[in-house]
Design a protein around this ligand. Structure first.
Ligand SMILES: Nc1ncnc2c1ncn2[C@@H]1O[C@H](COP(=O)(O)OP(=O)(O)OP(=O)(O)O)[C@@H](O)[C@H]1O
Length: 675
């Protein structure tokens, strides 16, 4: 007795040390691989089980149990080595611990059966019975302790590897979204994409962290339980498990429905999030029109749809769980009935029937666990289907493939030849039809035209955010479709009306335009601001270049509301241009009137920036139009007029003249002089 105690207890510290060592290593190094230490750990487990099995054999503990222990050890080591070939060590260890903890749990009914049979077979010899029982109980304690530790390790490791998968999934989806062409973002709204990135990945995450961990345990226990049922009594097991095939059929049908409902739920949720995102980001418009209550009602309608789908899912789940619960109870009843008959005919001992009954309970519990695992897994698949679509989607326009030309040989001649284009989302409303325009290298071309005539679209096509349906756009004779888009955009500096501010400091916003923002020094940033005549303006803020801008510059709007727009415009000029030094400039002038002082600053900065570059400017200011080498007038899907400012103005019937008069660009004296 003393010997068995010493043998068993002496193995605990050894095991515990190895276990702690393993955990510490895992926490320290996440991408852990098998080393000599791991083999030592596996060896220590072998030692532990060997010690136990020595003790068992000494006290006539059946060889079957030893066999079970060896099998669990073998599966642990084998799983470890096999999985290590394909996956990270965390996953390996998790599955290893899963095998150990499940084997331990599933050995309990068998051992308890042995205890019962020991009591029945040793008869009145109290001393032998006490010795056998004590050794069994000590061994059971050891086995359970081992199982408990393995279970804790399993949960920790499964969680860690699950979270790692979710993190990788989120990173891959975000990367895939950012690689898509601009037309993709016209079709898929921000709120919906954000929902995919957060809610859908959360559902998938849930199904592969806790759920996978518990589910795999349920699978392992159900498999072990069924095997042990066959081992204990093959005839009773075959009878009891007749219920499995119809249940499997039901599970397949249920899984299909659940997957489809989960997909619909995530889609409905994405629509609700899309609505919320759009309304919150346009809060001022909503407030201005007093639409708060009606927007809330629209949102409630969307969430009601989500609720309806959730109710459908609840009904489906309730039905499935009810049926699986009932089938578990039927299994127990059939064991009691058929097992009782077998015992009465001496084909089973009382210990065997008890073990069998306990295995049936375990299998029943595992099936309940399996049902919820299966449900969550199907939900995860449903939610994940849109994610896989996003992950697999190849962008229609390449991100960084194609020709890179030597920059020093570039002149910057731009040409649109017979370009026809309609936005992919509005194919029925063409923006350009056979549009042709030439911008000679180093010249300034001002583009004017009525609102909606396609001035900004011209810029989008040049930046290759979209490809024309027919015709070509060339830079120095090279079709821009042959050029590397990443390089092309680096070559072209753009300044548009939309504020391009991110929610960080002014310093970080300016550095964002640089190829390597980390390499930008404070002096570079100050110089960029000086080039754009914005240095003095920025210095007027209490925190200067460290002023935090807020989302889309909103914080600045609240603090410096009066100068806000001017500030945006000046900062837009600061952004990207001086640090990148582009060959071609595409400018979209701000429409709001600047005060005299700021207009002068902006104009001066712009003139400096335009020097020696090919410039296409969407002009709103008379001074800009006057300073341009040529003016192109966009109307009716093509260039209606093109020429020098004075030349176009001289044509009384011309569109340019009418446009200028309508927009009150001409001062009274100029109008009189022209008459
Ligand atoms: N991403 C898009 N998807 C579909 N239609 C678009 C898209 N962007 C613009 N449009 C439409 O294309 C037309 C031309 O738009 P664009 O912005 O190029 O005109 P614009 O001359 O620059 O107008 P404005 O002077 O008002 O800025 C408009 O009818 C506009 O509604």
């Amino acid at each position: 007795m003393l010997e068995i105690l010493v043998l068993t207890l002496s193995s605990y510290p050894l095991y515990l040390c190895c276990f702690l060592f393993l955990i510490i290593q895992l926490i320290k190094v996440q991408n852990y691989h098998f080393t000599v230490q791991n083999i030592a750990e596996a060896f220590s487990c072998c030692l532990y089980i060997k010690l136990l099995s020595c003790a068992l054999s000494k006290y006539r503990i059946p060889s079957d149990f030893r066999c079970l222990l060896y099998v669990s050890l073998f599966s642990f080591v084998m799983c470890g080595f096999l999985l290590n070939c394909f996956s990270s060590f965390i996953c390996t260890a998790a599955v290893g611990f899963l095998s150990v903890s499940s084997a331990v749990t599933m050995s309990a009914p068998f051992l308890l059966g042995q205890v019962i049979d020991t009591i029945y077979t040793t008869g009145t010899d109290t001393e032998t019975m006490t010795a056998s029982l004590t050794s069994l109980c000590i061994m059971l304690t050891g086995v359970f302790l081992c199982g408990g530790a393995a279970n804790a390790a399993r949960v920790y490791l499964m969680q860690t590897s699950g979270q790692q998968i979710v993190r990788n999934l989120r990173a891959s989806i975000f990367s895939s979204i950012l690689k898509q062409e601009v037309a993709f973002f016209d079709r898929n709204k921000t709120g919906e994409l954000i929902n995919r990135l957060s809610a859908d990945t959360a559902v998938v995450g849930r199904s592969i962290t806790d759920n996978l961990s518990d589910g795999l345990r349920a699978v392992a226990q159900a498999a072990a339980g069924v095997s042990m049922m066959f081992y204990v009594s093959p005839s009773l097991a075959s009878f009891v498990l007749l219920i499995v095939p119809p249940m499997a059929g039901l599970a397949v049908v249920y899984g299909r429905y659940l997957r489809s409902i989960s997909k619909q739920t995530q889609d409905a949720l994405a629509q609700a999030t899309q609505l919320a995102e759009e309304r919150i980001s346009n809060m001022r418009t909503v407030r201005a029109f007093g639409k708060e209550l009606s927007e809330v009602n629209t949102y409630i309608q969307k969430t009601d749809h989500v609720l309806d789908l959730a109710k459908k899912e609840a009904v489906l789940r309730a039905g499935f769980f009810g049926v699986t619960g009932l089938s578990g109870n039927l299994m127990i009843l059939s064991v009691l009935y058929k097992g009782g008959l077998l015992m009465a005919s001496q084909h089973m001992t009382v210990g065997e029937l008890s073990s069998f009954l306990m295995y049936t309970f375990w299998v029943g519990i595992s099936i309940a666990g399996l049902s919820s695992f299966y449900s969550e897994l199907m939900k995860g698949f449903g939610a994940g289907s849109r994610l896989w679509e996003l992950l697999d989607r190849k962008p229609e326009l390449p991100l960084s493939e194609g020709l890179i030309l030597p920059v020093d040989q570039l002149k910057g001649r731009l040409e649109f030849c017979d370009v026809s284009f309609a936005y992919p989302t509005r194919k029925e409303a063409p923006i350009f039809q056979n549009l042709s325009l030439l911008v000679p290298a180093g010249s300034i071309m001002a583009v004017v035209g009525p609102s909606g005539s396609g001035k900004s679209t011209l810029v989008s096509l040049l930046l290759r955010l979209y490809d024309p349906d027919t015709g070509v756009i060339t830079i120095d004779g090279h079709d821009i479709r042959d050029l590397n888009p990443y390089w092309l955009r680096g070559l072209i500096g753009t300044v548009n009306q939309e504020p391009v501010l991110f929610s960080c400091s002014i310093r970080d916003n300016i550095a964002y335009g640089a190829v390597d923002p980390d390499a930008v020094t404070t002096e570079d940033i100050h110089q960029a601001a000086r080039d754009a005549n914005a240095y003095g303006f920025i210095q007027t803020f209490p925190k200067g270049f460290d002023t935090v801008v807020g989302e889309k510059g909103v914080l600045l709007y609240f603090i410096f509301s009066v100068k806000c727009y001017q500030f945006f415009f000046i900062l837009n000029v600061v952004f990207f241009l001086p640090l990148q030094n582009p060959k071609i400039l595409l400018l979209d002038e701000a429409t709001s009137a600047l005060d005299a002082e700021n207009e002068f600053l902006v104009q001066e900065a712009l003139e400096r920036l335009m020097e020696g570059r090919t410039v296409l400017i969407i002009a709103h200011r008379l001074s800009t139009i006057q300073n341009a080498n040529a003016v192109a007038v966009l109307d009716q899907r093509h260039i209606a007029e093109c020429g020098q400012h004075t030349e176009l103005l001289g044509n009384r019937e011309g569109l340019f003249r009418r446009l200028m008069e309508k927009q009150a660009f001409l001062h009274e004296e100029q109008k009189r002089a022209l008459r």
